[in-house]
Design a protein. Structure first.
Length: 469
């Protein structure tokens, strides 16, 4: 018997379940770092330049020479890195704001659908192509509870029935189209997709953290990725890639598969996100929420409480005796009175010259590293399949982060840390994307003992979302 895991159903059809198709919350975060091989190579070079510039500061310091020019050069090198990690997106993705009515077009699971809000503000969804002569309803208008076709102004209700033809009193009995169930949950919009037309038999759970004053709002971002979403699914069990790809080797890893849920328990030490204990659960084929407790290293603040976190994305070199590992420490910021190599004496933070450290002329104090309680969204919407004639397999990735507000910090400071986490976690995602773009799908991988339950995941869990052939 062949043990090829990928079924032809998975190559030629779309999964059954609640599929995220967009969001109602506001766009907050900058997008992730570029993910092309060229961009990765450029990033490596920028990091090398930066390390060389930092080396120049150390060398000048040791030789007793002036260091301010060298610090400027190192700052400039670091700013180049930071600038390359943040760019404005051109496409903001499917956003259905609560105060707009649409109509909007969504291409999901090989179909073109139209969404709009009725007079109650509820999202409705039907097939996008008008059953009269095929115009896209999404380029028409919303009229009360209905969507009006731009071509001959036939109006369609959310029950898929034509409600009005301006030039004819007799509506043809066949003037009916397909309808789709939509639910708004946790700031996202979900579509129930079932190729066989059956009703939902499970629900997406409400998140207690969403719209909760103790938590920051979602910081979300989205991107279309031209590969099969099965690559993303494999991540649930792919224990061995966390070290090489994310620089976050696991010390403990396990999967628990139960009905439509798949849990990943992962304890790891991430070079960018700190020590993490994460519990990530897929609810159905396309929507995963991660609950993680992270630990950030010590931070610095001015004596009047201004948190100094201007360089949060960029780890810096660590010198002996420093109180911070640099993760969250603007070591080369010229607003400081001294360069790295700090020590701690009687609770004071001292420079290498034996003076107390200052920032913008104010004394600097240490803020002990805090635990962070984080929720992360990883959701995807299958778009199209090569096997069905599309140019490529593709899916839309939605990711988001919210953090529990930290006692003693203002909402802005918590939101700032949330945004920094979101950027770091998106960058981690795009480390995967880079691999996906440079691999093929292996239906029958040669696995070893340390690989995690990839076969169990594919065979026993994910296939439940496809009809058997
Ligand atoms: S095509 Fe839509 S009204 Fe004619
Ligand atoms: Fe990954």
């Amino acid at each position: 018997m062949s043990n090829i895991i990928a079924t032809s159903a998975q190559d030629k059809s779309f999964p059954r379940g609640w599929i995220p198709i967009g969001y109602t919350i506001n766009w907050v975060t900058p997008p992730p770092a570029p993910d092309t091989a060229e961009a990765q190579a450029a990033m490596k070079k920028m990091k090398k330049d930066y390390e060389a510039a930092v080396g120049g500061v150390f060398a000048a310091l040791q030789a007793g020479e002036a260091i301010s020019d060298k610090i400027d050069a190192a700052n400039a090198a670091q700013d180049t890195i930071l600038a390359s990690m943040h760019y404005e997106p051109e496409v903001k993705g499917p956003h259905f704001p609560e105060d707009e009515v649409g109509p909007w077009e969504v291409n999901v699971c090989g179909k073109s659908l139209v969404l709009w809000r009725d007079t109650q503000g509820e999202l409705k969804c039907i097939d996008n192509f008008c059953r009269h002569m095929g115009a896209k309803l999404s380029i028409g208008e919303v009229n009360g509870d209905n969507v009006q076709c731009p071509f001959h102004h036939w109006e369609w209700g959310s029950d898929g029935v034509c409600k009005d033809i301006p030039y004819c009193d007799m509506i043809p009995p066949k003037a009916k189209t397909d309808t789709f169930q939509i639910k708004e949950k946790n700031g996202l919009v979900f579509l129930w997709h079932c190729p066989e037309g059956t009703e939902p038999d499970w629900e997406i759970p409400e998140m207690a953290e969403f719209n909760n004053a103790d938590w920051t709002p979602w910081t979300v971002t989205t991107e279309i990725i031209d590969t099969h979403w099965k690559e993303l699914i494999d991540n649930i069990s792919d224990k061995a890639h966390f070290g090489p790809v994310h620089d976050a080797p696991c010390s403990h890893f396990e999967n628990v598969f139960e009905a439509h849920t798949a849990l990943q328990i992962n304890h790891c030490n991430s070079s960018t996100l700190g020590n993490l204990i994460s519990h990530a659960t897929y609810y159905g084929p396309s929507y995963q929420i991660t609950e993680w407790v992270g630990e950030l290293p010590d931070n610095l603040a001015t004596e009047d409480g201004e948190l100094i976190n201007s360089r949060i994305e960029q780890p810096v070199k660590v010198a002996d005796g420093m109180i911070s590992d640099g993760y969250n420490f603007p070591v080369l910021d010229t607003d400081f009175n001294a360069f790295a190599g700090l020590t701690e004496e009687d609770g004071k933070i001292m420079t290498p010259m034996g003076e107390e450290l200052t920032y913008k002329g104010k004394k600097v104090i240490k803020v002990p590293g805090a635990k962070h309680n984080v929720r992360m969204l990883n959701a995807h919407m299958p778009i199209q399949l090569k096997a069905l004639g599309a140019d490529s397999d593709s899916f839309r990735l939605f990711t988001g982060v919210m953090i529990k507000k930290i006692e003693g910090l203002s909402d802005e400071e918590s939101a700032g840390i949330g945004a920094a986490y979101a950027t770091a976690s998106m960058n981690a995602f795009f480390q995967d994307v880079w691999i996906w773009k440079n691999k093929r799908y292996e239906p029958n991988p040669v696995l070893c003992a340390g690989d995690g339950a990839i076969n169990k995941l594919r065979k026993n869990w994910y296939t439940q979302f496809y009809k058997s052939e």
